[in-house]
Ligand binder design. Sequence first.
Ligand code: ATP
Ligand code: MG
Length: 329
Amino acid sequence: MDRLLTGLQPSGALTIGNYAGGISQIVNYQKDYETFLFVPDMHAITVPQDPEALHRNIINAIAMYIACGVDPDLENMHIYIQSENLYHANLSWIFECHTPHGDLTRMHQFKAKSALHETFTEGLVTYPDLMAADILLYDAKYVPTGIDQKQHVELARNLAIRFNNRYGEIFRVPEPMIPTIGAKIRDLQNPEQKMSKSTTNPKASVFLSDTEKQIRKKIMSAVTDSDGVIKFDEENKPGVSNLLTIYSVFSGCSIEDAVAKFEGGGYGDLKKGVADAVVEKLMPVQEEYNKVIESGRINEILDEGREFSNKIAAEKYEQVRKAVGFGRI
Ligand code: ATP
Ligand code: MG
């Protein structure tokens, strides 16, 4: 079975963007691939985190994946925490020593996130090397992701190709798996930007754990434009196009059908329709989430994931260690 691999940082509560770009793809393809789904807590500390909140967010993220439909009982599903597998950091270091600095500082995410803070850490620069290690340790064929991470997957591809050329065939060259609809859910208050879970403006993102009231309020106050026409045009009408996209992701209909349903009406009706679709999907997810938390199963799922991921990663790391000349033959 080919492998899928993806991770969602525990840098806050998961958003509907994370659902569209990451979780929903895993749910759709989990029966067709061996899936490695991990919580990248090491990535999260590239920007400051509160330790207590980080612990909590890790467990909440796992519960939310499952509540959204990820099936931990599938034999081919492996759910684990990045920091519980030391091979990620080891391989990341080797990759750091094979990546030109300029390749890292020209990454879109580095530029965007470093601009938000007065100073930034070296970890924010080397983030894509750690991400390459996350992926390449497991010979993943596809990496389900939103458009924002495409550049990082490309860096992982380049590293794999360069490494293979220099040291022999070691890594499988991965490909991003980007959804046709929902690859970039936009910030509700600034539709030029993508929605993010670590936003400082709570009105900008809809979290999967938001109450019905919060969801409706945020969507009803989403920024649109002043021409009053409902059509899908991401460049000139990013706010309206975003609402149509969210509707499409959460109702399961195509963008064309979403436009046909709302065109000719006002923005208020569009927003109400979008809010209804999101609420209808998320309320049962939240009920399921509470059940997962109460089930007490998360530790057992993570123990299994840790064992399995360490076993696979150890084999790959051993190949790399020998190839680069570390330790003893
Ligand atoms: P942060 O603000 O901490 O970076 P984030 O919301 O960007 O959080 P990540 O953990 O960086 O989330 O990314 C998790 C997954 O969600 C990735 O596959 C990413 O491509 C996807 N993703 C993130 N934001 C969006 C979005 N707005 N639309 C679609 N996919 C998204
Ligand atoms: Mg992100």
